[in-house]
Write a protein that binds this ligand. Structure first.
Ligand code: CO
Length: 296
């Protein structure tokens, strides 16, 4: 009888031990709840969204241990999508608050912006604020991945990608004119650095901006000195959205780049694909995520 009591006691202790072990494992699993928050400017064009989806998919495949979520920085676009399509996409602040609330502890925020302009710096402020209360509000690690064009290596890799994708259009006297967005922010100079790399590599690429310097006049000056047999317009933006469809490629609009350049006498075609369509860009952003999460 006494022996039985001991057995029961031992079994009981073993059960407690097992429970404790399970609890510790659960705690560990919880301690490692990893997330990646991708942050794009956003687009109101549903057909253009594939470029962003592709980056999301690549991040999911590349980082299977982390839950990947997407947010948009543009409130105007978020409201438009919600109104027109009933599709709710969070702002970075809301998305991070939800992740904190759901128990994520290790989060990498990855900017999908092209340059470190105003949108990126606003995002950095949000991340810094949450970083400053680290521990108290759940995240034990929070980091921010840089935009596409940050280090010199980034520019070289981007030039390499564009050469792979559009280099053939530059053969036989052709020139590719990229339309970037541009900004009043000092980071606008990033585009000039990109052009310098194109020139250095001898690529027949011209980069002009729809809302910044150099604008279409600058593009015309470069074209005049190159005298190309053919010009192909390509958006230098993650998605081929509103600017690409209207300001760049709208043949009906006499002020669009395609109309203006055709009027100048050039043989012009437009490619309605963003940098994020097709292979390459998603992988460059995955490298930035890896770098920001310290797993490099
Ligand atoms: Co714009």
């Amino acid at each position: 009888m006494r022996k039985n009591m001991v057995t029961v006691l031992l079994l009981g202790l073993a059960a407690v031990g097992l429970l404790a072990g399970a609890a510790a494992a659960a705690e560990k699993a919880e301690a490692e709840k990893q997330g990646i928050l991708l942050v794009a400017f956003g687009t109101s064009e549903p057909e253009a969204r594939g470029a962003i989806d592709r980056i999301v998919e690549t991040a999911r495949k590349t980082f299977p241990d982390a839950e990947v979520r997407l947010s948009y920085t543009s409130n105007i676009i978020r409201r438009k999508i919600l109104k027109e399509e009933g599709l709710a996409i969070d702002s970075p602040l809301i998305a991070l608050a939800k992740m904190q609330d759901e128990g994520f502890t290790s989060v990498t925020v990855q900017s999908l912006h092209i340059i470190a302009g105003e949108e990126f710096h606003q995002l950095a402020s949000v991340v810094r604020t949450l970083e400053s209360v680290r521990g108290k509000y759940g995240f034990s690690r929070l980091s921010l991945g840089t935009p596409l064009l940050t280090t010199l290596e980034d520019y070289r890799k981007t030039a390499e990608l564009l050469k792979r994708k559009y280099g053939s259009l530059g053969g036989d006297g052709g020139v590719v004119v990229f339309m970037g967005h541009g900004t009043h922010h000092g980071a606008n100079a990033s585009y000039a650095q990109m052009q310098m790399i194109f020139d250095e590599e001898g690529l027949p690429f011209i980069l002009g901006l729809v809302e910044g310097y150099p604008d279409l006049e600058g593009v015309k000056r470069r074209l005049a000195s190159l005298k190309p047999r053919k010009v192909t317009l390509v958006p230098f933006m993650v998605v081929a959205g509103d600017h690409a469809r209207n300001d760049m490629a709208d043949e009906e609009d006499p002020e669009s780049w395609i109309s203006v350049l055709r009027k100048e006498g050039y043989d012009v075609e437009a490619v309605l694909k963003g940098l994020g369509d097709g292979e390459g860009l998603a992988e460059l952003f995955a490298d930035h995520i890896r770098e920001a999460s310290g797993s490099r």
